[in-house]
Design a binder for this molecule. Structure first.
Ligand SMILES: [Zn+2]
Ligand SMILES: [Zn+2]
Length: 233
């Protein structure tokens, strides 16, 4: 849930003022707030985007290779990136989607060469309740910047699952098992999965596995914000 501070942020109109500090701004954020965003730094595992000495594939990915091949994350999931992500997802502040999409697009290097961009799909009931899929709203602004085709219907979420946020990390993989389907043949296709936050990566792993079974040659994660390594894993 959003705290009172975040709710106050989220209730602000954008007109001419920074979404975070209310100072004068020509964009959603003023230059100072934009510069202060917690960008993901230091050597990272190229596969899961967690800290890894010398930027090598980390021990966890070596011990149990995820179905995805790489992860690019724009920000650390820390204040105020969490405020922005939650305001989009839970309060429908859709004007934040272009900002988050462009932050992500700016982070893409050579990994940007993919054929299609697929937002992590929501189950139909959740989509109806929320009215929009935040991953799709972000992906709309990433796909053109990456010169890739946006394919929101390529994968479907076949069953609703308990919200991952409500589950202990250890149960998240089981919770999403079999949640996705893909009817198309993706033989030789490279795919970027777009989502707002990557925590354990269980959802992205399951979706990537589904697309690989459909023939995808390479699946990469493009996420706005990455949580640091959980203490229990
Ligand atoms: Zn500001
Ligand atoms: Zn890793």
């Amino acid at each position: 849930m959003l705290g009172p501070l975040a709710r106050r942020f989220a209730n602000l109109a954008f007109g001419g003022s920074c979404f975070l500090c209310r100072g004068a701004a020509g964009a959603v954020l003023c230059d100072a707030c934009d510069a202060d965003l917690p960008r993901l730094g230091g050597p990272l595992c190229p596969r899961c985007a967690l800290a890894s000495p010398a930027g090598e594939v980390c021990g966890r990915c070596l011990a149990r290779a995820p179905a995805y091949d790489a992860t690019v994350a724009a920000l650390a999931y820390a204040f105020p990136a969490d405020v922005l992500v939650q305001a989009l997802k839970f309060r429908g502040e859709l004007a934040l989607a272009p900002l988050l999409g462009m932050l992500l697009a700016a982070r893409l290097g050579r990994d940007a060469r993919v054929d299609v961009v697929v937002p992590v799909p929501l189950a139909a009931a959740r989509l109806r309740a929320r009215g929009f899929n935040q991953a799709l709203e972000i992906a709309r602004h990433v796909a053109p910047a990456a010169g890739a085709r946006l394919e929101p219907q390529l994968a479907e979420r076949r069953r609703d699952t308990a919200s991952q946020m409500d589950l202990p990390h250890a149960e998240r993989a089981r919770n999403v098992r079999g949640a996705f389907g893909c009817e198309r043949s993706l033989e030789g296709v490279t795919v970027a999965l777009v989502d707002d936050v990557m925590t354990t990566g269980a959802t992205l792993d399951e979706l990537a596995a589904t697309l690989k079974r459909a023939g995808a040659a390479r699946v990469v994660n493009w996420v706005v914000a990455r949580t640091p390594a959980p203490a229990d894993a």
